[in-house]
Design a protein around this ligand. Structure first.
Ligand code: FES
Length: 64
């Protein structure tokens, strides 16, 4: 699903960027260009980043 229509960025690409080490909105934006035009996608992108970080933290804590 496209999150950022201006830059053609999907939710999958955002999740993958977080899984690859981006842990702030700024890092994801620099990596994917998400949110650099109209900005309408910024809240959803931030939410996806938070959700993905929470899932990663949870999977690390259950693996330990
Ligand atoms: Fe992402 Fe416009 S929808 S910058």
């Amino acid at each position: 699903m496209y999150v950022c229509l201006c830059r053609g960025v999907t939710d999958k690409a955002i999740k993958q960027a977080v899984e690859n080490g981006c842990d702030t909105f700024r890092e994801v934006r620099d990596e994917l260009d998400v949110g650099t035009c109209c900005g309408m996608c910024v809240p959803e992108t931030r939410q996806l980043i938070d959700e993905t970080l929470a899932k990663l933290a949870s999977s690390i804590s259950t693996a330990a």
